[in-house]
Design a protein around this ligand. Structure first.
Ligand SMILES: *Cc1c(COP(=O)(O)O)cnc(C)c1O
Length: 249
């Protein structure tokens, strides 16, 4: 191993230990077992070698937000026992590629995408893809046409039930739960703890109809503690493990 690679591996180990410590401490504060929270590492903009190092530390859950980057990276790691999570806005013309490697899609936010995912999975003949409805809390109270699909992805809380029913009924898909990103605008801007409490409430009402849909994917590098305290089952952490990204993404 080159000195440069060894240095990077050590850096990842240090960063990961720090994130693990933060997760454990938040679990303690919340009175939750560490095993109730899964760390999903978001490797966007970082190379497959970093994924390989992290897999060597025992991590299995990895996420990407762009198919163009994710597809080759997942292929480069195909010999490892990993689960890939797709967490970015997903265009229907990318769906056939995404279902070749992704076991989880966190960004389901419209009916058109549900039918595209379902037919792609069925055609490929693979096992089910676990789908999370992405909730845009900043769109709360907006009519679906106003909310549209411009800007960041996600459906308004009012649209969750209809999408969830569609996923649950779709061949090849499993309704896994909800995903959210702390809003930058609207009533929850700058208030991630309140946002994550709200997603917890929406999750409870979802589970009245779909008891198995118990994943709550919330919390990133800046706010994973707030998410865990509010009940998140999956935190999506990029920069705190891999470093600040050189480009936007
Ligand atoms: C990049 C990204 C993350 C991770 O963000 P960090 O702030 O780097 O931890 C989480 N979720 C989504 C949807 C992302 O695109």
């Amino acid at each position: 191993m080159s000195g440069k690679r060894a240095g990077r591996t050590a850096e990842l180990a240090t960063n990961l230990a720090r994130v693990e410590e933060r997760i454990s401490r938040a679990c303690d504060i919340a009175g939750r077992a560490r095993s109730e929270v899964t760390l999903v590492v978001v490797t966007k903009t970082y190379p497959a070698e970093d994924v390989r190092d992290l897999a060597g530390f025992g991590l299995r859950q990895f996420a990407e937000n762009r198919d163009q980057e994710a597809a080759p990276k997942a292929a480069a790691c195909a010999d490892l026992p990993l689960n890939w999570h797709f967490v970015g806005q997903l265009q229907t013309n990318k769906v056939r590629s995404v279902v070749r490697y992704a076991d989880y899609v966190h960004s389901v936010d419209r009916l058109r995408l549900v039918s595209a995912l379902s037919s792609a999975v069925t055609r490929l003949g693979r096992g089910p893809v676990h789908c999370l409805i992405q909730v845009a809390l900043e769109k709360e109270g907006q009519k679906p046409d106003e909310a549209g699909h411009s800007g960041r992805g996600g459906v308004a809380p009012e649209g969750v039930a209809e999408l969830a029913d569609a996923v649950a009924a779709a061949p090849g898909l499993r309704l896994a739960g909800l995903m959210t990103v702390a809003p930058l605008s609207g009533a929850y801007a700058g208030a991630p703890a309140a946002a994550f409490e709200r997603i917890g409430e929406i999750s409870r009402s979802l589970r009245e109809r779909h008891p198995a849909a118990n994943m709550v994917s919330a919390g990133m590098s800046a706010d994973l503690e707030e998410a865990i305290i509010a009940g998140a089952t999956h935190v999506r952490v990029g920069s705190a493990v891999l470093g600040v990204r050189p480009t936007l993404g």
